[in-house]
Design a protein around this ligand. Structure first.
Ligand SMILES: Nc1nc2c([nH]c(=O)n2[C@@H]2O[C@H](COP(=O)(O)OP(=O)(O)OP(=O)(O)O)[C@@H](O)[C@H]2O)c(=O)[nH]1
Length: 140
């Protein structure tokens, strides 16, 4: 009898924030010292045990940008196979309480018009997020 070994892949949920302010969207450039160095992303990070997606996002944005957010709208999840693990990006459209951002992890941030988002060098998974966000705006 043939035995088939099925290895279970690690699945990681990563809520991320599409932060809107005055018609612009915040993009963050990953640190040169992290995985996917200098790629652009929507700020956020991995969900910890017993955390909801929303709780994780609020915590991560406070840790990374030192600001509070309001979560307005969940966008479709998108997944990316990174070989040894699968990343599930869970994007949320958000507003900021203040724009007094203090960066603790990112190299830099940029505020871009929605149509300019595709001009940056994003992590692969974010290309779907951008597409879904632009679609959401077009039917709003
Ligand atoms: N926050 C965030 N992470 C993203 C995006 N796109 C994407 O592929 N990721 C991946 O999701 C993971 C999020 O991890 P993290 O932000 O909590 O921490 P990290 O970079 O230290 O993680 P890692 O070292 O495990 O890769 C990273 O591997 C990151 O590359 C995105 O738009 N936002």
């Amino acid at each position: 009898m043939l035995e088939v070994l099925v290895s279970k892949k690690l699945v990681v949920r990563v809520p991320c924030a599409v932060i809107e302010h005055n018609g612009k969207i915040l993009a963050g450039q990953r640190s040169a010292a992290l995985s996917f160095p200098l790629k652009w992303e929507f700020p956020g990070g991995k969900v910890e045990q017993n955390e909801s997606d929303e709780e994780a996002l609020v915590r991560e944005i406070m840790e990374e940008l030192n600001v509070e957010i309001d979560i307005l709208q969940r966008l479709p999840e998108t997944s990316k196979d990174q070989g040894w693990r699968e990343i599930i990006l869970v994007p949320f459209i958000c507003n900021l309480h203040t724009t007094n951002i203090i960066l603790t992890e990112h190299e830099q941030i940029r505020w871009l018009s929605p149509e300019d988002l595709p001009t940056l060098d994003w992590t692969e998974a974010d290309l779907n997020v951008i597409q879904n966000y632009l679609e959401f705006l077009s039917v709003k």
